[in-house]
Design a binder for this molecule. Structure first.
Ligand code: HAH
Length: 337
């Protein structure tokens, strides 16, 4: 059997999110099937910079070393986000709200320190994550970044990152990215950044999807719309939950046959579409490598396991892996011969 990375080598990179545990527990699988890695949590603000004058790089360094030693590409995730960012960033010495200049200066020194440190390791950064609102009639998410700095926090983040690593590809990353209303808000944001001359090079589509949503047409429309900005696109955090959005069941100990069938059908369609757009799509990263560990276990429903990836809880290939591989460039080519 051809590996994922080998199968799609003419199409795009194949990545997985890892943590300091899975680089050991999934080591063989990661080495074999993936040619790109992302730290699931280890490079987030709260993990690297818990207090103002303390940086904690040990765990992020372990992941960077694993990537380096095994010849894997490395994506950086993530510099500026409303979540997993410590309160001190937004507070003054008395515990009140810090002013714009203070927060902007902190953002700058964080980005400079982190991006410079991994300059030789990380080829692509999620500079700003999830700045768009999910609420109808609201454009930007009302985060502390927005409240203290103002709308230009996004452009400033890209400028700081670019100054620290001029070669790095800089991405805006978000979820519900194929939802038509949110898609247009993301489009508007990136268009305005480009119009201002901000160094934005790509858009990350998180692709936390499920066996029903979003539709193939919505995905195609989103790819077309974002690509019309002339940027590269990446699928950055892919998984396909076997549960519909409103399904809150907690009694399943394995996916039903219908869930398996739909997941196989959907993943095959997704990768057929991705290959159609291989000129703009430069990587597909899964938010995990195998079903033994996924952030979707117990989220958003407590006590519920999920099976959203291509390898099972024993890290063995699922039927869906073969469906995905049937779409790979090298496989398509060998069929032509
Ligand atoms: C992503 N958010 C984040 O980008 C990633 O850093 C994290 O590990 C998992 C998912 C998606 C998301 C969320 O966290 C909460 C609600 C909706 C969507």
């Amino acid at each position: 059997m051809v590996t994922l990375a080998e199968g799609f080598k003419q199409d795009f990179l194949i990545g997985a999110a890892v943590n300091t545990r899975t680089i050991n527990t999934q080591r063989k699988l990661l080495k074999e099937h993936y040619n790109s890695l992302t730290a699931e949590n280890e490079m987030k603000f709260e993990r690297l910079h818990p207090t103002e004058h303390l940086y904690t790089f040990e765990e992020a360094d372990q992941i960077a070393a694993f990537a380096r030693e095994n010849g894997k590409k490395l994506r950086g995730h993530t510099l500026v986000w409303h979540n997993q960012t410590p309160d001190w960033v937004f507070e003054d010495a008395n515990g009140g709200a810090a002013d714009r200049e203070t927060v902007l200066a902190r953002m700058k020194s964080h980005i400079e320190e982190v991006v410079t440190r991994y300059r030789n390791d990380i080829y692509c950064w999620d500079v700003v994550n999830e700045a768009i609102s999910d609420e109808d009639g609201e454009w930007l998410r009302p985060s502390k970044w927005l409240q203290t700095i103002g709308e230009d926090f996004i452009a400033e983040a890209f400028r700081f990152a670019h100054q620290s690593s001029p070669e790095a590809l800089l991405f805006y990353n978000d979820y519900n990215e194929c939802h038509p209303v949110k898609r247009e808000k993301i489009y508007r944001l990136i268009k305005s950044l480009l119009d201002q001359g901000a160094p934005v090079h790509g858009i990350g589509l998180q692709a936390h999807w499920n066996i029903f949503d979003p539709s193939l047409n919505e995905i195609r429309d989103a790819i077309e719309r974002y690509a019309s900005l002339g940027l590269k696109l990446q699928i950055t955090e892919m998984d396909v939950s076997v549960f519909a959005f409103n399904d809150r069941r907690t009694d399943l100990t394995s996916p039903t046959l219908e869930m398996i069938r739909l997941q196989e059908e959907r993943y095959e369609q997704f990768f057929r579409l991705f290959c159609e757009y291989r000129d703009v799509l430069t990587a597909v990263t899964f938010w995990g490598a195998a079903d033994d560990y996924t952030w979707l276990d117990h989220f958003p429903v407590q006590g519920r396991k999920n099976w959203p990836l291509l390898f099972d809880t024993e890290q063995q290939p699922k039927g869906v892996l073969h469906k995905v591989l049937s779409q790979a460039g090298t496989v398509r080519e060998s069929e032509v011969k």
